[in-house]
Structure formats: structure tokens, C-alpha cells
Design a protein around this ligand. Structure first.
Ligand SMILES: Nc1ncnc2c1ncn2[C@@H]1O[C@H](COP(=O)(O)OP(=O)(O)O)[C@@H](O)[C@H]1O
Ligand SMILES: [Mg+2]
Length: 253
């Protein structure tokens, strides 16, 4: 078992009187796909947001590549090698697919990650274009590059959003409900795409429906009412009585 790339330890977060997360642990190892699942309101997005710097934990520790450090701020994510897609953040309809992905890359240029490579023999825009094109190829969407975003089928928009998150060449990709709104065939396709990305990164998926992440995840954490009620290999977790009870809405002892 390899050492954790990212380790969140004992995370607790309250909103007013409501405990959204209580003493939650989560580990993500190199080249692993980990799913965080649980019923609505379980605390999945809150955990995702804590790792992305959008919510500050009341307590808990954060380790990155084996070293304890402060919780990342949103503007530190790219330097750490963490990239994410956000639920409900759409593409610019009137731009091409390639331009949409380049907009993602342009934000990077401002952070200095790309500018190091600029000013040599290529124009800035060409470098951005190359990076964007490579990201599109990784999600098998290279052939869509010149299509206007508003002409894409819904499953293709999801692929393009992932390409946008790949331009920074992250070590960790965080996906909020990547299969949301997809039919069974597209889910299988998306899962294959995600598995192929693990050659160069670890992936953390937040998902409401257990079945859609079952086959893609190496390990799952199940949240219910802000606590991890089960974790481990997908098949083991699926048979756990506490998990079954939580999903049936009968409550967990
Ligand atoms: N900003 C917030 N202010 C107050 N309550 C919140 C806030 N964000 C989330 N919550 C509450 O915290 C709990 C966990 O929410 P969330 O993390 O969104 O769950 P999930 O993503 O699993 O559906 C819910 O009860 C939700 O209403
Ligand atoms: Mg959520």
C-alpha cells in the first residue's frame, strides 16, 4: 500500500448548530480513484469544499504528500496540483470547445504556471492551444475542438469540462458528480475515461448514487449525517448493513 498523496484527518465542520462533518478521515493515494458517497445532505460537498479551500474546517488536519500543512486556499490549488470540476459550472455557449478549454488554460497563465514556458519561440496563444488540445485528446474529445459548445450533446459537455480541469496537468482531479444526468451507456464510457486518467493522477469523486461509482472506484467512503459510516473496497462497502440502512433511509444505529 503506497503512502497517501492527500490525507484529511479528523475533519469537523459546523454551520451554526448543524454538524455537517464530524471527525471525518479521508485518504487518497497515488493513481487511485476514491469515491465519497452518501445520501443527500450527508456532507459530501462540504468535504469536497474543505479540500478545495471553499470552507474552513473547525478542526482537523491536512497532509499533502506526507507533510502536514494548512488547509489549501483556492489560489493554492493549482500549485499543489489539485484541479476540480464544479457542479453546475457550464461552458461558454458561443465559444468553440477548444476556446472553452483555452479559457481554463488562460487562467493558469495568470498564475505563472504557463508563463515560465512563454517568450521562447512560440506565441502565448499557440502554447495555450497546444495544452488545450492535449487535454481534449485525453478525454477523446479532440474531434470536437472546433464545434461551438452550444451544439454539443450533454455527455460531451461533461467531457469538455473535465478537459478544462486537465490543462493544469493535476496530480489530483476532483469531480463532483461526473456521471450526473448520464444514461447507463455514457456512465460506462465516463468510467472508462476516468480509469484511463489514473495513469497520471489520482481522482476523488463525490457522488450521490452508489451504483454509478461502484465500478470505477478503488475505494469508497460512505458519509451519512456527516460521519463516515463505512469505507473500503466497493464490494465490501455495498454489503455493509449500515450503508444499506442509510440508503434505504431507515437511519443508522
Ligand atoms: N453554507 C452552509 N450553511 C448552512 N448549512 C449548510 C451549508 N452547506 C451545507 N450545509 C448543510 O450541511 C449539511 C451537509 O451538506 P452537503 O455537504 O451539501 O451535503 P451533500 O453534498 O452530501 O448533499 C446539510 O444539512 C446542508 O444543509
Ligand atoms: Mg452535494
Amino acid at each position: 500500500m503506497s503512502a497517501a498523496l492527500l490525507h484529511a484527518k479528523g475533519v469537523s465542520i459546523s454551520f451554526g448548530g448543524l454538524k455537517a462533518l464530524h471527525d471525518v478521515h479521508l485518504e487518497l493515494r497515488p493513481n487511485e480513484v476514491v469515491g465519497v458517497i452518501g445520501p443527500n445532505g450527508a456532507g459530501k460537498t462540504t468535504l469536497f469544499n474543505a479540500i478545495c479551500g471553499l470552507v474552513k474546517p473547525d478542526s482537523g488536519k491536512f497532509e499533502f504528500e506526507g507533510k502536514e500543512r494548512s488547509w489549501p486556499r483556492t489560489d493554492e490549488l493549482i500549485d499543489l496540483g489539485i484541479s476540480r470540476t464544479l457542479q453546475g459550472v457550464g461552458l461558454f455557449p458561443e465559444l468553440t470547445v477548444l476556446e472553452n478549454v483555452m479559457v481554463g488554460a488562460q487562467k493558469l497563465a495568470k498564475t505563472g504556471l504557463i508563463s515560465a514556458a512563454l517568450g521562447t519561440n512560440k506565441r502565448d496563444e499557440e502554447i495555450l492551444r497546444d495544452k488545450a488540445m492535449r487535454a481534449l485528446d485525453r478525454v477523446y474529445a479532440g474531434s470536437l475542438a472546433n464545434r461551438r459548445a452550444d451544439t454539443l450533446a450533454y455527455p460531451d459537455t461533461k467531457r469538455v469540462s473535465i478537459a478544462r480541469a486537465l490543462v493544469s496537468e493535476p496530480k489530483i482531479l476532483m469531480l463532483d458528480e461526473p456521471a450526473g444526468g448520464l444514461g447507463p451507456q455514457d456512465i460506462e464510457w465516463m468510467n472508462n475515461l476516468i480509469r484511463n486518467l489514473t495513469a497520471t493522477m489520482s481522482i476523488l469523486i463525490v457522488e450521490h448514487h452508489m451504483d454509478v461509482v461502484m465500478s470505477v472506484c478503488d475505494r469508497l467512503y460512505v458519509l451519512n449525517f456527516g460521519e463516515v459510516i463505512a469505507s473500503g473496497a466497493a464490494e465490501t462497502v455495498r454489503r455493509d448493513p449500515a450503508v444499506i440502512a442509510a440508503y434505504l433511509g431507515t437511519g443508522v444505529a
